[in-house]
Design a protein around this ligand. Structure first.
Ligand SMILES: [Zn+2]
Ligand SMILES: [Zn+2]
Length: 337
């Protein structure tokens, strides 16, 4: 029987499938790539052929322009395609719009490259679907027991409470441009917030793309026009970096908020000058990571980007075979997730 590494193996350019002669989320330009989702550390420009969901291809085009790859191929969720004898399908990962697990089948074995994922409901994308497999490749961005994300409704309630308490101040929420910003806006809508939400220009393209795929974000307006007092009592969503720079000075006495899984770490919120930390992540927390590994019970668990050690130790204590892939080039920093 072939070893799993004959099927899929870590290389300097990323995970490579020798029989299929393709990479999954390569970090360098390659001839053939399967892309799990549109975040910049997974979806890079300059590949030959790219296979991904329609949504992910649209994100890549929006970010890199239409020449981002020599050729592209769309694969709908759960459809299958054969690449040199390897069956490839894409199954929802619940991470951001279009995000997928790459399910690879060859020689009677199934390997699942989950990309980034979470197990919670997200109004902007279909939920993670568990697929029985021999090898499950898991991220470990929040792979430490200290990371337990609270319910998203609690965090949204915190934000809305503060908005009600400080009607003269602008709530300036830092949120990553792809995924987090749109999820935050949808969650505010679900909580009954129906006022105009102001957005930084860097979010406009991706917001429009989400809407074109049927994600309703409600009334939005650019945060670039208007006077200070126009934004009093308003919610403004911007990329995290913009909440710290000159751009933020246009707002009246802003309450700086940051929506990220890292806000669990108080020191990190303090360092970033965040007055109202919101613990909202598009990555699995410790419980979701271990629950997924237990539920799938793969023959081997392969762990990549993030805190690998704790998950390996957990696997050992639970009698599961696991290894760290130590792939380079992926953000362990929740990059823009
Ligand atoms: Zn991601
Ligand atoms: Zn990632």
């Amino acid at each position: 029987m072939a070893r799993y590494e004959d099927f899929l193996k870590p290389t300097p350019a990323g995970l490579y499938c020798p029989p299929g002669d393709f990479y999954v989320d390569p970090t360098r330009p390659v001839d053939r790539a399967v892309i799990t989702h549109g975040h910049a550390d997974h979806a890079r420009a300059g590949h030959g052929k790219v296979l991904a969901t329609r949504e992910t291809l649209a994100v890549m085009e929006a970010r890199y322009g239409e020449d981002y790859a020599a050729a592209t191929q769309t694969l709908a969720y759960r459809d299958g395609v054969d690449i040199n004898g390897v069956s490839v399908s894409l199954v929802p990962a619940g991470h951001v719009l279009g995000s997928a697990q790459a399910v690879l089948r060859w020689n009677g074995k199934t390997m699942v490259v989950s990309g980034d994922y979470k197990r919670r409901r997200d109004p902007t994308c279909p939920s993670f679907e568990p697929v029985a497999c021999d090898v499950f490749i898991s991220e470990a961005t929040f792979g430490l027991p200290v990371f337990r994300h609270p319910p998203d409704t609690d965090e949204i309630a915190k934000l809305l409470k503060s908005v009600a308490q400080f009607p003269e101040r602008t709530h300036l929420v830092g949120a990553y441009a792809l995924g987090k910003a749109q999820r935050l806006i949808c969650l505010l809508r679900e909580a009954g917030y129906d006022k105009t939400i102001f957005v930084h220009g860097a979010l406009e393209k991706i917001n429009a793309l989400y809407e074109s795929f049927g994600v309703d974000l409600g009334p939005l307006s650019p945060a670039t026009v208007g006077k200070k007092q126009d934004f009093a009592g308003a919610i403004v969503v911007a990329p995290p970096s913009a909440t710290q720079d000159r751009w933020s000075r246009r707002f009246a006495d802003p309450v700086v908020c940051f929506a990220s899984g890292w806000m669990r770490v108080r020191a990190r919120a303090r360092q970033g000058g965040v007055e109202l930390p919101l613990i909202l992540s598009d990555h699995a927390d410790w419980d979701e990571l271990t629950l997924t590994a237990s539920e799938l019970a793969p023959d081997e668990l392969w762990v990549t980007h993030g805190a690998e050690e704790a998950l390996l130790r957990w696997a050992e204590l639970n009698g599961r075979k696991a290894r760290a892939l130590s792939l380079m080039g992926y953000d362990d920093d929740e990059g823009e997730d």
